[in-house]
Write a protein that binds this ligand. Structure first.
Ligand SMILES: [Zn+2]
Ligand SMILES: [Zn+2]
Length: 164
């Protein structure tokens, strides 16, 4: 058995597995098509279409971003890739929270407030009941009164249906 030949084969195998893994990660990192108009992509000729802001952050950090990291545009403009406009979020949950807080700040002046899913008004979470639904990252909040009214209406409708 040629030891050198064998070693080369093993190295080839390792490289192949490594490339396959990298390809899978790159594929899963590829953003959905709907993002294309929202963000700028680098046209690298092979269609991998890396996000411009991702490349900028990676250049600043001097390394590639870990899996799951998302980049937030402070002013909401996905085309404004000035360094000061980019915030690195450790994961999607953090990113979603940033968006929620930005929306709250714009809507009612207080980033901590939440929006009632019933009356659609923003309010102090102290006045509401809220929880984070399974598979979601941001809280779902409602006033207890709004929830009561919703239940009353639902019951009334249910009653009408029965009578009709
Ligand atoms: Zn964002
Ligand atoms: Zn409400």
């Amino acid at each position: 058995m040629d030891f050198k030949q064998n070693k080369e084969n093993i190295n080839k195998e390792i490289k192949r597995a490594y490339d396959a893994k990298r390809y899978a990660i790159r594929k899963s990192l590829r953003p959905p098509k709907t993002w294309k108009s929202k963000y700028r992509f680098i046209n690298d000729g092979n269609g991998s279409g890396k996000l411009v802001h991702q490349a900028i952050v990676e250049k600043v950090l001097g390394r590639s971003l870990p899996f799951g990291v998302e980049i937030h545009h402070v002013d909401g403009d996905g085309h404004n890739n000035a360094n000061s406009n980019l915030v690195v979020c450790p994961d999607h949950a953090y990113h979603a929270l940033l968006h929620l807080r930005t929306r709250a700040l714009e809507a009612c002046g207080n980033p901590n407030w939440l929006r009632c899913i019933r009356c659609k008004k923003w309010d102090d979470p102290k006045n509401m009941s809220s929880y984070i639904p399974k598979d979601q990252t941001t809280p779902r909040a409602e006033h207890r009164e709004c929830n009561n009214e919703y239940r009353r209406n639902r019951n009334r409708m249910g009653g009408n249906e029965l009578r009709g």
